[in-house]
Every structure is written in structure tokens, then in C-alpha cells.
Design a protein around this ligand. Sequence first.
Ligand code: ZN
Length: 340
Amino acid sequence: MLEYPIQRVPAPGETIEVAEGVFWLRMPLPMSLDHINLYLLEGQTGWTVVDTGIRGAETSALWQTIFDHCLDGKPIDQIICTHMHPDHTGQAGFISEHFRAPLLMSYGEYYQARMMNYSMQEKGSWHMSDFFLRGGISQALMDAMSEARSNFAPEPDDLPMPRSYKRLKDGDQITIGKTTWDIIVGSGHSPEHVCLYSRAQRLLLSGDQILPIITSNVSVHPTEPEADPMTEWLASHEKFRALIPEETLILPAHNEPFYGVGERLDELTAHHEHRMDIVLEGCSQPTVAIDLLPALFERKLENHTLFMALGEAIAHIHCLMNRGQVSRALDGQVYRYTTR
Ligand SMILES: [Zn+2]
């Protein structure tokens, strides 16, 4: 059983000290996953914030409350975003402008976050429709979705991602206050996801790389239709299992801080291996990806969730293709997958 040692969650605009110099706060998200956890690390002269919340006035107003009441009169002097996703990077521009604070990210995540500001405003392309049609989406649904605008697309008032950044690499160390943090990069949920690990304090700021309760989205996207993020995701689990001792407090981006990293990684690996078993069974005859979804997902899938589920199913299929267990053939406009 995972253990959740902290009995309450921070209210909006409040911080809770979860370890010496490490403060937990929450920001709202407009989705069924209704919050993100952010962390403030206290330094000598200022604070480091880890992840920033989603764009928009509601979160910036909460940040203003934090600035006014929770920082002991010290500025935020650097911003770390674990990865590019909009709930992690949405307020980086706002905080960076407010304090003239530098942004620290990995190379791949920074450039993809800057690209996303533009690409979310794009309409669909043939690359996108080919990818989804091959997975079994109907032409009519594809046409409808190509017209839809992303919920996450920036509004004119949103401050863009900072125009420069400082690169974080796997194996780097950064010292904040009395604590030295190792940078550990994982992959699969996003390509170069940064985690911060303090050996001395036995803490891991895990972002979306290791979450309790929910499983991080691991998907193939039309921008890289041949990607195999699931193999990288499972390899990252092994990497973290080897590096992070069991007595480490995991500070995740969603849900509550917990103990039990090895157990959680085992559960997550088993969850994906189970899904791959379902794919192998489902592909005993040549099968289109979309027809695997009812066996893989219990919930009802429509519109965005259907597209996301399809990307996840294809991630499992690609892992099996790389293991040599599934083959693929183009049949008209769809791919059919067969267990070997
Ligand atoms: Zn994420």
C-alpha cells in the first residue's frame, strides 16, 4: 500500500511546508483532473518554483496571492518546468516577467513548449488526418475534429513562454538553499521530462513522471507517428527504480505526496504489460487500432477522449511491434495489426 503522510492539501493561494525549505501548493485545472501540484524551494535570496499552472487569469490571480503572502518578501529567482505540458508551463511567462526570473528546462521540452504556442492554433493537416484515419477514425469525425480549436490554445492576453532558457540535463546538479538536487530525466509521457531528486532529504519532485492513483498519458501523436514512447516509459521506470530508494517521499504533480515508489513503479509497469496482453489477444486476427479500444478502456470514449485513447492504444501497439510480437500492414486507409 502506498502511504500518504500529509494529512491535508493546500487551499488555493496557500502553501504547506512538506520538508525543510520545500513548500507544496495547488492550482486549479479546468478538467476532470481538477488540480496540479506545484512546489516552491526556498533559497538564500529567493525561491525556485517547480512548475507553474495553466494559463489564464484565475491562476495568475492565485499566483499574485502567493507572491504577496507566502514568499517572506523574497522574489522568485528561478522557474523550473518539469516538462512542456500546458498545466506545467502555462504561467512561466507571467512569473518570469513579474520577477525577471530565468526559466530552466530540458532542451526538448523547452523547444516543444515554445512550438506549442503556435501549433495549438493550427487547423488539422493531412499528417494528422492520415494518422488518425489509419487508426480507424471515420472521415466524418476527422473533419469535425480538424475544425475544433484546442482548449489550451493561448489567448491574446496570455504572456508567451520566456524567450530564453537555461538548459537542464540528466545528471546535472543544482543547489537551492542547503539542498542539492540531482536532475533525472525520464521519457515516455513527454520526451525529456525533468525530475529533481535530493538524496540527503530523500525527496523526489516527480512531475508527471511518477504519479500515484492515475496513470500518466503515454501516447503516439500525429507529429511523430512512428514514435515508441511506451518502450521509453517502461525503461524510465527501471531507471527510477534503480536510483530512488523506497524511503523517498515522492512529490508528484497530481494527487498527494506519497511513499512507496518501487511499489508504484511495479503497479504502473504491470498496468501497461496487462494492456499489451489485451492488444496481443485482440490482434489474433488482423485488427484496426480503434477496434481494440473497448477492451482497453472501460469508460465511454468520444471526441477528445477517443483521440487520446487511440494515441495510447497505438503506443502499446508500437511497443509490441518493437518487441517483434505484432506486425502491421496497410489495408486501404487503415493499418491492420496482427499478433505474430
Ligand atoms: Zn504532463
